[in-house]
Design a protein around this ligand. Structure first.
Ligand code: ADP
Ligand code: MG
Length: 265
């Protein structure tokens, strides 16, 4: 990828699938780290009250005073009071913890409740090339906020039997957000994850996903490997934890695809 001489405005990507355990958080961390390796300025937004993204980057969510929750709900607070640097040069984190679950309820009574995150991210757009939002496993108000803030969506799909179940509902939600709140939102791609080339089953599921989504499916496929759970324990991306691993190479390839598909203007 071509080096950048200046940064921003950021492209905001929502990592979204209402199913849990499909690789949203893993893909957010590792796509982000790979983009940062390629010289992009990256901000990762933990938008799941579980705080798994924060944990995956070595942050203990319980010890945080300020999180993305405060940024959403408190006027006058600026992002740099909440932002954390990560060990990856060029990659920052807006952390979250269980406090964020209250936002889902509190936002309901707010004006423009769907665009709270978009408003919070606006002052940061010129500081980054990519902002990746790690969504929670639901299609509730927090996820709608992520989709309203985003330019595009990446949908990780696990190469498992019921992978396609629920995708219609997700596509419908994306279309609704597109019609009512964010006309520029588009689907960047479907990312096949947890692929096991040794099983016929994985190959079949992948073939069906390609059949259903055609060119929307990224060429990069993320294989199933125990290295990913290991990185969570280590609290760092696979690109630094096991830099020469197949998993690290896969996320670097994904980063190149993302850069080619949606160049930052
Ligand atoms: P989500 O955010 O969609 O719930 P995660 O990224 O947290 O999913 O992944 C769920 C679990 O699967 C985690 O324990 C993670 O370490 C593991 N995992 C993610 N990607 C892979 C993979 N390619 N191979 C094996 N395990 C993976
Ligand atoms: Mg997650």
């Amino acid at each position: 990828p071509t080096p950048l001489t200046e940064h921003g405005p950021a492209r905001i990507v929502a990592m979204c699938n209402q199913k849990g355990g499909v690789g949203k958080t893993t893909s957010t961390i590792n796509l982000g780290a790979a983009l940062a390796e390629y010289g992009r300025r990256v901000l990762l937004v933990d938008f799941d009250p579980q705080g798994a993204l924060s944990v995956g980057l070595g942050v203990n969510p319980m010890e945080l005073d300020l999180t993305v929750y405060n940024l959403l709900m408190e006027r006058g607070l600026t992002a740099d009071e909440v932002l954390l640097k990560t060990a990856v040069p060029g990659m920052d984190l807006l952390p979250s913890n269980i406090d964020l679950s209250a936002a889902e309820v509190q936002l309901v009574s707010e004006v423009a409740r769907e665009s709270a995150l978009a408003r919070a991210l606006k002052p940061l757009l010129n500081d980054y090339d990519y902002i990746i939002i790690d969504c929670q496993p639901s299609l509730g108000l927090l996820t709608v906020n992520a989709l309203t803030a985003a330019h595009s969506v990446i949908v990780p799909l696990e190469c498992e039997f019921f992978a396609l179940r629920g995708v219609a509902l997700l596509t419908e939600t994306i279309e609704k957000v597109c019609e009512r709140l964010n006309p520029d939102l588009r689907l960047d791609g479907i990312l096949a994850t947890m692929y096991d080339s040794r099983t016929v089953h994985s190959r079949e599921v992948l073939a069906r996903v390609v059949e259903a989504f055609g060119e929307h499916v990224f060429h990069t496929v993320i294989g199933r490997t125990v290295r990913f759970p290991e990185t969570t324990v280590a609290g760092e991306p696979i690109t630094t934890y096991a830099s020469n691993s197949v998993g690290a190479a896969a996320y670097r390839q994904l980063a190149r695809e993302v850069l080619a598909r949606c160049p930052v203007e």
